[in-house]
Design a protein around this ligand. Structure first.
Ligand code: NAD
Length: 356
């Protein structure tokens, strides 16, 4: 069956890096992968063309597709717009509209780039962890929320951390399934010693563990997890946590690898359909110069093949090809050591296609 992939280049460097992903997908298609690509508009590009960052048409295209590949959205030109029309709303609208509650953020350190990390190479070399973050619930969405004025005139701000059992269970299942496809170890991160919500979180994870005897479940308090990530990050395989804890821990984990231009991400629904994107933004400071690193986007394509299209061999091929071009010494400016010669976006993409 032909699988449909919706390509949303977006803004800034988005179109440049996505063009390289299309080259890779075209090559896999020529080699027999049964896919069909379709282009759509999101973010500032959609606002410019149609007056809204997420036109109805784009959401319909996304719903009809088997997977979505997004470049990046946003840019200084759009910052003065009212909030509902800003490019970022396109992204949030897609997440909500597609019910993408499971956010997968890997942090992989390629041995060739061990020097890019701020941590010592012996601490991070070989790092390969995946953080599964709950994306549509928790304190970022809980009601009631707001700022109110008390009787004595003092202001009070409040948010609500709330999770239903069903919400915990579905993110838990997503994480157990993924741990099964990786190293078979899952660490659930909570604050069960202080927060009742995460006590429930822990109970649900323990219950689910009974259904996944092949996955080894452990628990860690979030403060310790933050410390362990910078002390001995290789102890982790898959981590699963709440929306806010995951927001913070996944950025810390990303920086262990040194380059934002290397990291992919995925957001999945209950059926495994997903949206895939590099973790970085639209990089307006380098847009249009042809120097952006396309590898995070190419690695996002690999995640798409693995998690939504069930084509693990094709995913392996892309990841191996990326390893090979790094071995060959090819570097975009963001991952080059001082004085090392660099290549541009298209040259890097072409090299990966050749290495495929
Ligand atoms: P950014 O990730 O765009 O850029 C941060 C720094 O990293 C910049 O110096 C940039 O040049 C560099 N960088 C990023 N990606 C790179 C790549 N592939 N190759 C080489 N260098 C790269 O973050 P920012 O500057 O805070 O935000 C810029 C815009 O992007 C804003 O409008 C923001 O809202 C938006 N944004 C979008 C997303 C998204 O689409 N998912 C995520 C974050 C930020």
């Amino acid at each position: 069956m032909t699988r449909k992939i919706l390509i949303l280049p977006g803004d800034g460097i988005g179109p440049e890096i996505v063009a390289e992903a299309v080259k890779v997908l075209d090559r896999l298609k020529a080699d027999g992968l049964d896919i069909e690509l379709e282009q759509g508009l999101v973010g500032g590009a959609a606002y410019d063309a149609m007056g809204h960052p997420l036109p109805e048409e784009t959401l319909a295209q996304a719903r009809a597709a088997d997977a979505v590949l997004l470049g990046a959205v946003g840019g200084p030109r759009y910052e003065a717009l009212e909030r509902s029309l800003r490019p970022e709303q396109g992204l949030l609208g897609l997440r909500a509209g597609l019910g993408l509650f499971s956010n997968l953020r890997p942090a992989i350190l390629y041995p060739q780039l061990a020097d890019a990390s701020t941590l010592k190479p012996e601490v991070v070399s070989g790092l390969d962890i995946l953080i599964v973050r709950e994306l549509t619930g928790g304190i970022y969405f809980g009601q009631p929320r707001g700022v109110r004025t008390l009787d004595n005139g003092e202001k009070e701000g409040f948010n609500t951390l709330v999770y239903r059992e069903s919400e915990i269970e579905r993110i838990g299942r997503s994480a157990f399934e993924i741990a099964r496809k990786r190293g078979g170890r899952l660490c659930s991160v909570d604050k069960a010693n202080v927060l009742e919500v995460t006590e429930l979180w822990r109970q649900v994870m323990v219950r689910l563990a009974g259904e996944y005897p092949d996955v080894e479940l452990s628990h860690m308090y979030v403060d310790n997890a933050a410390m362990q990530l910078v002390r001995a990050p290789r102890q982790f395989d898959v981590m699963v946590t709440t929306n806010m804890f995951g927001d913070i821990l996944s950025d810390a984990a990303a920086m262990l690898t040194g380059s934002i231009g290397m990291l992919p991400s995925a957001s999945l629904d209950a059926a495994g359909k997903g949206m895939y994107e590099p973790i970085h933004g639209s990089a307006p400071d380098i847009a249009g110069q042809g120097v952006a690193n396309p590898l995070a986007t190419l690695l996002s394509v690999a995640m798409m093949l693995r998690y939504s299209l069930d084509e693990p061999a094709a995913a392996d091929r892309i990841e191996a090809a990326v390893g090979r071009v790094l071995d060959q010494g090819l570097r975009t400016p963001d991952i080059a050591a001082e004085g090392q010669p660099t290549v541009g976006t298209a040259e890097m993409g072409d090299a990966v296609v050749a290495a495929l």
